[in-house]
Design a binder for this molecule. Structure first.
Ligand code: NAD
Length: 521
């Protein structure tokens, strides 16, 4: 029985029909600057994960609606690409200001649909906002190179947009991930179609409202919804030149293959299994606090969650203190004050996580903290809550080690040396993030040099780089060769023209045809 987030677990749209619509909020499409209700007959329900009450219906758009969205993006590109970089920069500056203004509103929508705590939801928006701030620097980012390569001969580069780009987003960062995508893409002169996760589209819709208010012209940013049909449409349509994807392995690999086979650029950030290595010389208090936060924060539903701890040597003995810290985290609805962790996204996710905990026990791991049936306030009794859970004595062959759990479950392994820890991490197929806790600079340096992981923290548990850098997962955590945001993100959304010109021709020999390869010496 495999529970990996994959196609077989993907639920088709529920059979809501149009008669139900008057009772529920529906997620509008955003096409050509207008928020419009889909004419579809197929609607996907979004439940508040803390209460399991239905909050929104998300359309599976009709083929015509998808066609309209892409055609409109392609038509708009013809004019948008001609706007000056200064005009685009000014719109981005306005957008960052509006996101700041409405941060609470976006965060509230995230808590309602995704479940994370309100303060964590604000962090979700803030980390996306930082990418918008970086995109405001588009005037510098787009600058090309120039060299006088020979007498009177100059070569220079021009960075140009690609055309229509598309973004396919996961549920776990409903604001941050769309903001990894569209601000940079449109600042570079592309148009973009975002498909938010069908599990929590609300934040993207608010961001589209803000983009409109900021002066992003109609058609520059379009929003479509849905699941597999929409994804297939975006992967196949020839007007779309590039796809940014963030989500699970199976969906990402599928989209990468289908998109690249259709000649598109695809960047795909996938799943993870992030290890935290604890050295005996680490600062115990700092390490245990950071570890508990990074394992259980957002109910473990972060691709950079530190879900696996490797105790080196005698640090094994720190386990009881870690359990103590985890025990005291407060589990409740995300809007309740002082909540440390909210619910999981769905009932299926909760069942899957509980099954993985059970599988660990059956394979010989020791359940030192069991959050399978946590106590929550009465009004959240129907919510998808799992409390902090710790499995000790985990071995690499166990399913709970091999699978990305994506829940508030910390699994613990023990090794004798730093080399053993590095070997364990390097043998893991994923390579998104890792952290070492130590006060020994030499060990830290050794770890950084030898570990095969894209993002490394030294006494920093969730080392997600700020957007002047890029998000640099590696191994099985990424497909494609250009990363999200930073210089690499800009490269993804642009292509380069290189111009070589000779304006003064007085010194050229005009008597013969130049048939040999020009060497410009
Ligand atoms: P998901 O793959 O289920 O969904 C992501 C998107 O893909 C959604 O828009 C969904 O509609 C679409 N999709 C899902 N199944 C599909 C299929 N069979 N065919 C075509 N499209 C499909 O991912 P999720 O559950 O929303 O997000 C959680 C996953 O995302 C975790 O694995 C997490 O590690 C990963 N993630 C990775 C990063 C990163 O940067 N590496 C960041 C955030 C999340």
């Amino acid at each position: 029985r495999s529970f990996s987030t994959n196609f077989s677990n993907f639920k088709p749209a529920s059979p809501f029909n149009t008669a139900d619509l008057k009772n529920f909020r529906t997620a509008p499409l955003y096409i050509n600057g207008e928020f419009v209700e889909s004419k579809t007959e197929q609607w996907i329900p979004v439940y508040n994960p803390a209460t399991c009450e239905l909050v929104t219906l998300v359309p599976e758009p009709t083929l015509q609606e998808l066609r309209d969205a892409v055609d409109n993006s392609a038509e708009t590109f013809k004019t948008w690409r001609k706007t000056t970089v200064l005009a685009r920069q000014r719109i981005l500056l306005e957008l960052q200001q509006l996101i700041r203004r409405d941060m609470d509103k976006i965060a509230k929508s995230i808590t309602e649909e995704q479940g994370k705590t309100f303060s964590d939801a604000k962090g979700d928006v803030y980390r996306g906002l930082q990418v918008v701030e970086q995109a405001c620097n588009i005037t510098n980012l787009l600058m090309g190179e120039q060299l006088t390569v020979s007498t009177d001969m100059d070569t220079y580069t021009i960075r140009e947009p690609l055309g229509v780009t598309a973004g396919i987003c996961p549920f776990n960062f409903p604001a941050m991930i769309p903001l990894w995508m569209f601000p940079l893409s449109i600042a570079a002169g592309n148009t973009m179609i975002i498909k938010p996760s069908e599990k929590d589209p609300g934040a993207t819709i608010i961001l589209a409202e803000l983009a409109k208010e900021a002066g992003v012209p109609p058609g520059v940013l379009n929003i479509v919804h849905g699941s597999i049909n929409t994804v297939d449409f975006l992967c196949d349509d020839e007007l779309i030149k590039a796809i940014s994807f963030v989500g699970s392995d199976k969906a990402g690999k599928y989209i990468y293959k289908r998109g690249t086979e259709n000649g598109k650029r695809v960047q795909a950030n996938l799943g993870a299994k992030n290890h935290g290595v604890i050295m005996p010389d680490a600062n115990k208090n700092h390490t245990l606090n950071q570890l508990a936060g990074a394992a259980f924060g957002a109910a473990g539903q972060r691709c950079m969650a530190l879900s696996t701890v490797i105790f080196v040597g005698e640090t094994n003995e720190w386990l009881p203190e870690l359990v103590e810290r985890a025990k005291h985290l407060k589990i409740s609805g995300g809007m309740e004050p002082d909540t440390d962790l909210g619910p999981l996204i769905s009932r299926d996710a909760k069942e899957r996580v509980k099954w993985l905990i059970q599988s660990g026990v059956e394979e010989g791991a020791k359940l030192v903290l069991d959050g399978s049936n946590p106590t929550v306030p009465e009004k959240y009794k129907k919510g998808n809550f799992v409390g902090p859970t710790i499995l000790a004595n985990v071995k690499p062959h166990m399913v709970c080690y091999k699978e990305e759990i994506f829940g508030p479950v910390l699994i613990c392994l023990s090794v004798d040396s730093l080399d053993d820890a590095i070997e364990l991490i390097n043998n893991n197929p994923y390579g998104n993030g890792t952290a070492i806790f130590t006060n020994n600079g030499s060990n830290a340096r050794y770890f950084v040099t030898n570990v095969e992981v894209g993002q490394i923290g030294v006494n920093v548990p969730i080392p997600v780089p700020l957007p002047m850098f890029s998000f640099t997962g590696n191994k099985g955590s990424i497909q494609g060769d250009l990363n999200f945001y930073g210089k690499s993100g800009l490269q993804f959304y642009t292509q380069i023209k290189t111009v070589t010109s000779l304006w003064r021709q007085e010194d050229v020999d005009h008597t013969k045809s130049a048939v040999t390869m020009p060497t410009m010496r």
